[in-house]
Ligand binder design. Structure first.
Ligand SMILES: [Zn+2]
Length: 239
């Protein structure tokens, strides 16, 4: 992933986009968009960064660790560190037994349609949502230069295998339509240069790990696909 210069309006960057704190008055950190902690090493070069307050950064770090460990356990069908398909999760679960126990308790064995036992996981949805909304906010700021500090109008998070075909097709269809981004924004640069932008409109951050799209159709619609398993959509009204 190559870097693109950020020509978007600087005046929106004085406050933490997550809590609204004035950054001049609090400790702050640079945070990657999307969060590095849900990607694989080696990380893509030149991931965008935004300055957020330290207190938000710290609280997101815990949720991100949970998010990836949970997702990894679902993809692996177990919380056993040695059976993890996501390499980072093996490390996390083997050193953090509290987290492993927590996820283990969210695992349920249910009867599948064929009468056989299947493993189902019931996540702490608020923590999953925190991570998804956080990254979506960062994407809107970066692609469109707009802070969306309000609560989203809608948050949808679904495993791709559970989506009906028509729903999945609609989700995968990215239409930038008439809502062209403002001149100088990153999305405009991507549309012009094609950088990281797949022909179907998705921006590939890390193949098979993270892709996203931000549409502005009178409202901001941010979609992501994480590990080609989790489909997310976050919608904000224009402020
Ligand atoms: Zn904050």
């Amino acid at each position: 992933m190559k870097g693109t210069m950020d020509f978007a309006d600087e005046r929106h960057k004085g406050a933490c986009i997550h809590c609204g704190a004035v950054l001049a008055n609090v400790e702050s950190n640079l945070d990657h968009v999307p969060s590095k902690s849900i990607l694989d090493r080696p990380f893509p070069d030149n991931l965008p960064t935004i300055r957020i307050c330290r207190s938000c950064n710290t609280s997101f770090s815990k949720d991100e660790e949970y998010f990836l460990a949970f997702l990894g356990s679902v993809l692996s069908g177990t919380t056993d560190p040695e059976q993890q398909v996501v390499e980072r999760v093996e490390h996390t679960l083997s050193r953090n037994h509290r987290l492993q126990n927590e996820i283990e308790a969210q695992l349920q064995v249910v009867k599948g349609a064929n009468g056989k036992d299947q493993v189902a996981f019931v996540p702490d949805i608020s923590r999953i949502q925190n991570v998804v909304i956080k990254n979506a906010r960062g994407h809107v700021l970066f692609e469109h230069g707009q802070p969306v500090t309000a609560e989203p109008r809608r948050v949808g998070i679904e495993p791709i295998p559970s989506l009906p075909t028509a729903t999945l097709e609609a989700f995968e269809h990215i239409d930038y339509g008439a809502g062209w981004p403002e001149v100088g924004s990153r999305l405009m640069q991507r549309l012009i240069t094609g950088e990281d932008l797949r022909s179907d409109g998705w921006v590939i951050v890390q193949p098979d790990v993270y892709r996203f799209a931000v549409m502005d159709n009178g409202q901001f619609v941010v979609r992501s696909v994480i590990r080609e398993y989790l489909a997310t959509e976050v919608v904000w009204e224009h402020s």
